[in-house]
Design a binder for this molecule. Structure first.
Ligand code: PLP
Length: 228
């Protein structure tokens, strides 16, 4: 099932987005077993993203043949130490204090950490991330921090059936990405799009999508754990 899902997905995702950039598929592996993740990798997944530090640690050595590991969940500063040097891309840098602490810890360990700034694109109080209005200032501060390499932006679109609304937010994200990138051109990734909305995100200029349900099926809730 997972094998078929991955093959179908990879065949469907265009090689390049509307801006001529390659599109990277990241499997969102929260709550999935090591066996399920390894099956997805054997079928062609090359990058995976975790939401929980505990899961990242527990499964770390059991996962075979993956090229890059991302962190895509809310990260508490006291847990950074478990990811340092092992996480290829911190996608969810959603506040200045986290960026500063990640920079400090990376420097102390002698590693450079690649990060994306998470933008609260739908302006939703329940979600983390910088607001559109705050993004430029946050970027200017964070890119000055040593030991961090800001590679782009990440966003989760709101849950909505209003495709026009979603497209307008996705286009606004691409506009912000281009604007911030114009100065020094160091960006690589606009990470935007999940199982339900990745097509429109790629059409609007996303070049990295994070896919869970389409690969693994619907998640079963784990007692005492956030399933989001
Ligand atoms: C779970 C998750 C995804 C994938 O969501 P699906 O709808 O299952 O594809 C993407 N990004 C983040 C941050 C997630 O937590």
């Amino acid at each position: 099932m997972i094998t078929e899902n991955v093959k179908k997905l990879l065949a469907e995702v265009p090689q390049k987005n509307a801006f001529g950039e390659p599109v990277t598929v990241v499997a969102a592996v929260k709550t999935q077993s090591i066996e399920a993740i390894n099956e997805a990798i054997a079928a062609g997944i090359t990058e995976i993203g975790d939401n929980h530090v505990q899961e990242f640690r527990d499964k770390y050595s059991g996962i075979c043949g993956v090229q890059k590991r991302h962190f895509i969940g809310r990260l508490q500063t006291n847990k950074i130490k478990y990811l340092l040097g092992k996480c290829d891309l911190y996608q969810s840098v959603d506040r200045l204090a986290l960026a500063e602490e990640l920079a400090r810890k990376s420097e102390a360990k002698g590693v450079v950490s690649n990060v994306l700034l998470e933008i609260n694109a739908g302006n939703e109080p329940s979600k983390g991330g910088f607001l559109f209005e705050e993004a430029e200032l946050a970027y200017q501060s964070i890119k000055k921090l040593g030991a961090l390499n800001v590679q782009g932006l990440m966003a989760m679109l709101p849950l909505s059936d209003d495709e026009e609304l979603l497209r307008s937010i996705a286009r606004k994200m691409r506009g912000l990405y281009d604007r911030l990138n114009a100065a020094d051109g160091n960006f690589k990734y606009l990470s935007m799009g999940m199982s339900g909305d990745w097509k429109l995100c790629v059409e609007c200029g996303s070049n990295m999508i994070r896919i869970g349900t389409t690969i693994f099926g619907r998640r079963v809730a784990v007692a005492g754990k956030r399933n989001a």
